[in-house]
Write a new protein. Structure first.
Lengths: 460, 460, 460, 460
């Protein structure tokens, strides 16, 4: 076999060069170059570990380290030449290093495999991005809280089954999303803990032949602990799956809010006005102002679900240890990171610019029998078992519907036809504010309760 | 509207009875009756809360509580009559209660909605089952550790890409699954924390009109805290999703092990023998002994993935608060609970009965060039940069393949044709045990390292 | 090994009895008993084929056939005793047969394997159910067409991005679903063709040792052709996947319609009233009438998606030929069949009972600038390039919004400030009916076009 | 509002410019520029339709057409400047056109919406790519057939449950994949028929105000028919879903074959040798030759499943007609097209270069009791009911296993201890070739049957 200038670093036992199309098909460099910084940080730490293990001399280690830093700068300056023949970012960095510092570059990979190397890179990357996402979640939470605080007196109809149910505070509604996001934040944190474990030094699958101090390596790279089984370390992609599951749940939450943004900003509901700068028009219909941003976030939920499903499928039934299948983890994770970050930050900005139409919202809360439960509870207070009170009020509602009237338009006399328990004091129950203020438990929609929750959050 | 004896408890405002087919289509009772115990425990706690809120007298509360206990017993004795007209377990229990204690039963639902009721039931259920699953994971982990301990000297070829890579200890291999399961255990624990929050008292969506002490309610039901937003509390299914995601990852791990059980027990690999009691035969081929259990666990992974995808799809874009769509959470969760528990327990038993064919395994580790990396590292110790050492050994492997010989069959003289660095001491590197014992980091396959890990685990 | 009375039919080579828990874990009888009729039909045909192949005498064949018919009747009468030890419906039928006719029953399975047997059963089942589903789709299509015909003059706002776009006919809207369902129908038909191929006689994987005439067998079972490769025949589940993909797409279509039913029947949109008999109430709020049926259909879409994903996951990477994993196909298919059939039939009934609120719908179409495109097209007719006309009308809309007026309320004089091309004839463009009637292509919303499409459909 | 030079074509009614980040978030141009050729072909046909509808003069139509052709060339030469402010390929082409031919460019979009425009582009694209994929499937099928033909006498063990089952011909095995691919080919063809329907002229949702002859438009664009409902036409993505479902099933088939390539090329099975040019090495272990191509195809199956799930999720519950969510269809489709095409073509090449190790394969077929069923069928011929014959042979297998002997090593005398029916002629049944040749049905593994199938295929 005549070796071409492009011969692979592992080509010793091969009699044919890699088929050109195979290079393209198998190359991960087009996407994993995103990991260049993590790869180089890891290699610098590995160089130091090799020096401490007496595999490299001080001079060699320094030279390699300097070389790696130069490679990093070259990449960041956009001056690095990558080619598909590099296969992946690991080989590309080693090649660039060797071009800079000569044969000595060939010592960097001593005792290391791409299997533990990429495991490290992915953990470093996930760690970084999970931190960013946690911060972005906090930013979005802060906007929900600020909006809630400044709109404490806005009343909205609350819905179940998308049918008007009971009046709620807009602030209370916004804080529901605060809570969802808080669970998301915790999930990313929990995932972070599990990803924050150092795999390097696991070798290809069995450990490495050199006296590498993995604990020192972990410390150098800012990991509180090391993986405990080399086979597991190189074949584990739990961190990516856990990330995708947390991202899917987060996107699901955002999709619910976005669904409501779309609904509330229709002509029919009309509770909200999205800022013009966050909407687009129609190429054909001049009047259109479309809620593209919430629509797209809602849709991109599917994309993240798809990535989760893709990686779960990839991992199913894979024997230990590393298999090339694992390469398919990256694009799923990268695209989900981008999607989640963009969705969070654009929502954070958009919410600040959106305005609630308080009159329309209050008007909507006033009709539609949202106070029917109050009337039932009135009867309960007068001594009727709830189940019967429910039945009585149900019949009153039926009566109103037949007459096309609202509950508040029915006279006391008429009410008394349905139950003799009705007295003048019923009037105090047919009132939006009163309804809100009677909901006085932790987590309920009464003003002081909502304000208390805001205070708790602010204190954290 | 003439009310039939089967009239619904909410039928006051309706002019038609529910269509028979609608009852069948919408009924959740056929599956949610599984929640009867949780539902009754919750109702007893609610009764007490109503008493404390002065909605019920002591006598009423006692009577309802006794009634609920009787209903529970009736169900457990199989004497309760359920019908599709009951809609769900909540309505069925209320009906059974009212049949026992009369009109007073109609007071139980005061201030409560099925929305917060089912949210409670599901959390109680998930809490129970996650505890069981965590215990079952520990049992399986214990079997892996015990097996590892008693097989510390069994050697196996380690694989990457399903090609022989480096020798490993069977114990080391088994412990890889211990580690995976440990992350699974932690994930269920984390999910448990988030599910262990009390939602009752959130009403339909806005809170309740009665002075319910939700914190006391939480304490009575063994919850350390309460949900902080009523809208969120009734529309949240994160607990179920997080459970399904953790279950999917666990099943994925089991599927990998099962794939290997299938592989290792083929005639070709032949490392393992599954117990006859865990295999089945063929209706046609008399010689067959099929690894049905691992095959089915592998396959059931798909089922749990499917449930996760189903619930994520259900939740996407749902506006707040409760929607009937949420009813679809239960079957996904129930079937996954059953699948996970059955898979864990059957594997735990099967592993105990399976035997490793140590000779076949060792033989397999001896050929196939598993020591090639040792030879490369030998050259590195003699001063050759690793990348060149790799190239030299690659060429030796090629030479062996062409001659159909193994690495250990090549003479020193021949080796020296490839590199003058080869000396007599190379012999010490062409040895399985030596290879294993040189892997001396945390998490590597050397005997003391594996034993140390077993010790650590046992100490926990 | 002492054989128990429950010994398996394949237990000759085994030294242990099947573990009780393994029987439970691996048994498919609890769900595949649904296939009893298909299984027996297939066995009767097989008996005849064995007779023709001279494996059975006339008398034997007759006796087995009679026995199988009796078994079928026994099952249908609910008198058959099934047990988990039967493993599956195939073994259960063989056991019941042998109990009826003695040792001769043991000849039935000659030359056949459960692998080709279950492949046949599943194809027979899918064939039956796909026919039913195709008929159910046609029924639903017919309701859409009938409703369209009787409501040809009802006008509705058409939406894009859930923002009012242009007026449309309600009939036109309903026919959109006719078209979607028509593609669904075709997809099931295409799938039916591919499932309608006879696999029996493929043996366990390689064919059978007896001179079976598979073409005659196919004819007897009503299949137009036979499978062409025995390995493929026993390991193929494409029919189930194709069914699940078609079912997923159908459910997606239904979910879109159901989403609109939920929306249109809100207080805010108010275009539709669902029949009381298809809605349910709230346990707490007496006024509620909830659209449970459309909500549940929308949600059950997730369930069918989940089954598709589950089976795709099961099949991924399975080596040939039969693996026990394939058993997991059935529950996914059965539950999807039930879900699809129930959803179709309940929608068919519900649509008949629902009423459109034509005034509310027309009123909604009148405001919201739905005629803005008409105005732009007016300017185009007057010679302005469309892109400029769009810009001009956009500015007019802006002007109206600022003044809180509608397009129809702007005077000609004001319009002329935006473009001198406006003349008196603009009035003819600011009219709902006119807008509808100008849409005159195939598939557009003009009355004659919609009627023409109804006519075409009726002629089919 | 001061309009910037980057003002949007639909900005008339807006008071704020689009937020920079919204432009990035919503832009589809980075991926939909792939549709430029389809977009321009569609626009040229539309120009002609506008001329025929007398909206454009001959000169205008010619000028626009020429302009569009120039734009196409500019794009293909890489000289077109795209910017995110263009939003999508449709707006980009219109802008480039207007830059070329001035204000007249603003007439192109008359009577058309991006909604029907993108529906057309996607159908044109899918039509093209499905044709390519169908051809690529045929190429792969041809390689399977050629390989089968040239290897008709190679014998392999057949497996069920990955346990040796019965001997088969390698050719028969290869043809199993021919059959799977044939169903895939048909599925793409069926999908092609449904995608091959012309949507243009549906306008934004209701049709268009100009007398466009949609049937002529269809003819010009090579479509046999037009869509029948404008609302459906702009909101339908069935074609993409059906494509993704067919692609998922195809990838599933390829994943099964690739799983076997990985298995068969292990040291342990050793039936196949993949060409060096299609494998890669290890960065650490010099001996490794890894089956990366089959591993990656197997893994990429997950990716296509994920895209299917993503689009199904996007479409679930979307109200009519167009919503921005639909934009998410494209990347899923594009990436799946690329994945499927690359997988098919690289497999086609790789199979040609792979070699079967016929001796190893035959040896593997000789032991492992693959002839046990033959022995049972021997007893059946001697008159024993099959179920008893199965039991007898099972016991013989058990006897052999205990003695570590193979079936062929048991003497007639020993056999007779198990059944007196054994005679000298049993020898004729303990023979691989004889076993193969007794499988004589359509689709079975006998030589003439396999050759006949090859002949049938070649004749097609």
């Amino acid at each position: 076999m005549k070796k071409s200038p492009n011969k692979k670093m592992w080509s010793g036992r091969f009699t044919q060069e890699t088929h050109r199309r195979v290079e393209t098909f198998t190359a991960s460099l087009p996407f994993d170059r995103r990991l260049y910084a993590q790869d180089i940080v890891g290699s610098i730490a590995w160089t130091r570990a090799l020096f401490q293990a007496k595999v490299l001399t001080k001079e060699e280690a320094d030279q390699i380290t300097e070389g790696l830093k130069t490679v990093k700068k070259t990449i960041e300056d956009g001056r690095a030449s990558f080619s598909e023949q590099d296969e992946d970012i690991h080989m590309a960095v080693e090649r660039l290093l060797t071009e800079k510092i000569g044969e000595l570059g060939g010592k960097l990979h001593t005792g290391r495999s791409r299997n533990d190397q990429v495991a490290l890179d992915l953990r470093l990357y996930l760690r970084d991005e999970m931190k960013h996402i946690i911060e972005a979640i906090k930013d979005l939470q802060a906007v929900f809280v600020a909006k809630a605080k400044s709109h404490i007196d806005v009343i909205l109809p609350g819905y179940t089954h998308l049918q008007k149910a009971q009046p709620i505070r807009y602030a209370h509604y916004l804080l529901a999303y605060y809570e969802m996001l808080d669970r998301d934040r915790q999930r990313f944190l929990d995932g972070f803990q599990r990803v924050n474990v150092m795999p390097l030094g696991s070798g290809a699958l069995a450990g490495t032949n050199y006296p590498i101090d993995r604990e020192a390596l972990a410390e150098a790279l800012g990991f509180p602990s090391v993986t405990q089984n080399s086979l597991d370390a190189v074949s584990d992609r739990d961190g990516a799956i856990e990330f995708l599951a947390a991202a899917s749940t987060l996107m699901m939450h955002l999709s619910r809010f976005c669904e409501e943004l779309v609904l509330w900003s229709t002509d029919e509901f009309g509770f909200l006005e999205l800022p013009d700068a966050f909407c687009t028009g129609s190429s054909l219909m001049p009047q259109k102002k479309n809620p593209d941003v919430p629509e797209l976030i809602r849709a991109k939920t599917g994309r993240v679900y798809g990535h989760l499903m893709a990686l779960l499928t990839v991992m199913k039934g894979l024997p230990l240890a590393y298999n090339r299948d694992l390469q398919e983890d990256k694009e799923a994770v990268f695209d989900s990171v981008d999607t989640v970050k963009a969705s969070l930050s654009i929502l954070t900005e958009m919410i600040q610019g959106m305005t609630v139409r308080r009159k329309a919202a209050a008007r909507a809360a006033e009709n539609g029998f949202l106070l029917a439960t109050e009337v039932a509870d009135y009867l309960v207070e007068k001594g009727l078992p709830f189940r019967q009170a429910h039945e009585v009020v149900g019949r009153i509602v039926r009566y109103c519907l037949d007459q096309q009237r609202d509950l508040t338009q029915v006279s006391l006399k008429e009410l008394q036809k349905f139950s003799s328990l009705f007295q003048k004091d019923i009037i105090g129950y047919l009132n939006l504010e009163a309804s809100l203020e009677r909901k006085q438990q932790t987590g309920a929609t009464a003003k002081n309760r909502v304000l208390e929750r805001i205070r708790q959050i602010e204190e954290k």
